[in-house]
Design a protein around this ligand. Sequence first.
Ligand code: ADP
Ligand code: MG
Length: 277
Amino acid sequence: MDPVIRIENISYAYPDAERPALDGVSLDILPGTFTAVLGSNGSGKSTLAKHLNAILTPAAGRVLVDGLDTADEQNLLPIRRRVGMVFQNPDNQIVANVVEDDVAFAPENLGVEPGEIRRRVDNALRQVGMYDFRLHAPHLLSGGQKQRVAIAGVLAMDPAVLVLDEPTAMLDPRGRREVVAAVEQLCRERGITVVLITHHMDEAVRADRIVVMDRGRIALEGAPRDIFSQGQALRALGLDVPDTAALIARLNAAGLDIDPGALTPEACAAAIKEALG
Ligand code: ADP
Ligand code: MG
């Protein structure tokens, strides 16, 4: 299968920076997959995210979105339509005083016709579980609700790829769960390609693939079961393992035989139950 985004050996340095923020990164994002990007502060995650929809373009190497080179200005609009971005602070992403107007904002600017906008807005709000709030004022919503409205605003552009840069960093645990559940559902049920940057290992266990950044490079890459069995390597990179991985390691050290890939709480509980017979 052709990747929806192909990153070919890209490097990028901010003006006056001592070292490059990205230093030879290559990565293929396959359509319909869920990729989680981890890494300590300053490892280059946000800089990488901004290369996925041409907010930044590489100093060396190239990024292709559906084969379109992000360095070619003529590709800017088609790339922005294909790759939607959600950022950390939901308050900075809300532009209207009514939820449905906020979600309609981007397609209106794209010149989508009104009937189609109505359909897209309703669909997008349903997909993130916010349809019942369509006439509410966004600033009165919880953080998790606001962030889901922001996601709906991106979905209304009908993107193939959703890139989320620490969308749960400012949310309480409940808001985090709501947002991650919505994102996971968009990938699994709607086939949207997801790239989720996060500090939370428990969010990353839901991904198909994990990419760990360190000082502008990819330090580790693989399936959650392979990445999260490398506790030592992760700690050396300033990260931890998910609670479930730590629990499974302890139980297995104590003589149980639990699948180290059972990393979501649901899978972990089922695997423990089975091991205890
Ligand atoms: P992360 O998202 O993983 O925390 P970033 O991509 O934001 O990492 O940053 C990578 C590196 O680039 C860091 O060293 C950071 O200080 C630097 N950096 C990020 N944004 C800027 C900027 N606007 N100007 C200069 N340096 C920056
Ligand atoms: Mg960042």
